[in-house]
Design a protein around this ligand. Sequence first.
Ligand SMILES: *[C@@H]1O[C@H](CO)[C@@H](O)[C@H](O)[C@H]1NC(C)=O
Ligand SMILES: *[C@@H]1O[C@H](CO)[C@@H](O)[C@H](O)[C@H]1NC(C)=O
Ligand SMILES: *[C@@H]1O[C@H](CO)[C@@H](O)[C@H](O)[C@H]1NC(C)=O
Ligand SMILES: *[C@@H]1O[C@H](CO)[C@@H](O)[C@H](O)[C@H]1NC(C)=O
Length: 274
Amino acid sequence: MFNGLTTTKALWALLWAACHISRATAQCSRDALLAAANSYLEAQASGTTTGLQISGDNFTYMENNKKADIAKGLLSQPLKLDLNRSTADTVACASYTMFISTTGSKPYVVGTQIRHQPPDGSANGTASITMIDTVRATTGDLFFNARQTLSYIEKEDWSPIADAARRPGRDALRHAGDAYLDMWTNATAAGSIPWGTDCERVEGSMLTRPCGQTLPRGGSARANGQRRYVIDEVVGSVDVLCEFSSLGAWPDSHEIRIVDGKVKYVHTITVMRQ
Ligand SMILES: *[C@@H]1O[C@H](CO)[C@@H](O)[C@H](O)[C@H]1NC(C)=O
Ligand SMILES: *[C@@H]1O[C@H](CO)[C@@H](O)[C@H](O)[C@H]1NC(C)=O
Ligand SMILES: *[C@@H]1O[C@H](CO)[C@@H](O)[C@H](O)[C@H]1NC(C)=O
Ligand SMILES: *[C@@H]1O[C@H](CO)[C@@H](O)[C@H](O)[C@H]1NC(C)=O
């Protein structure tokens, strides 16, 4: 009886350790995630996907919240990119890339999350891509003006926060992303977000400064749904792709950057069609 109990305890301890070890080793490297994000940008610039390390047996391509054929989607047309930047989520094995293209036959502002198979024991650190999830806005979408957006975003500083003590934690970032999207249905959500005094909000091409002005305080019955997260503590950012159900079934990206515990930037991309 006594022995049985100790054995059970020991087994649980082993199991606990095994879970934690496998969770730790399942993390993807930041460099590998950002390299894959760059391969995505090169694919977009060239209009060919051959350079992407796509998983052979588990791959989904999404465009504006719908499954689509990668061979016929935005990636099949070459675009000149005026600006791009990427963040990495080493826990979720995912990245977020934003780019702006002003000079093609159609201008675009695009937010893309890329998900990877975590490397298993046999992998060599190059995790393969299981999902490319793109929200792409163009002329006619919410406050759309790619040149205007570019003029704001190119002046922003999204470089990694060198001093680890100034980086926000994962939970704070997740809360900021969720509370922001909850503002339309929850009257107290806005008050739970640590707005910075000199922060900037770029919604489509509409600038609001400081960003904590003119916020929604509930009123909608439908919560913003289908939330997908990329959380990067090093940059201090969270991106949430979602369906902006509070206002319409609109594909949407909301990205927030926090520095020194306060919101510094908000950037949104909202597609006004389903
Ligand atoms: C993305 O931006 C970087 C500079 O931040 C630039 O060096 C790179 O060429 C851009 N990539 C593409 C595909 O345009
Ligand atoms: C590393 O992984 C990639 C992608 O799975 C593969 O193409 C390559 O051959 C591997 N390299 C080694 C040295 O195992
Ligand atoms: C396929 O990839 C997704 C992420 O894009 C992951 O959540 C899922 O577990 C993967 N499925 C399998 C069978 O590996
Ligand atoms: C509304 O937001 C506040 C602040 O984040 C939170 O404490 C509360 O639980 C939320 N209410 C609901 C119904 O989700």
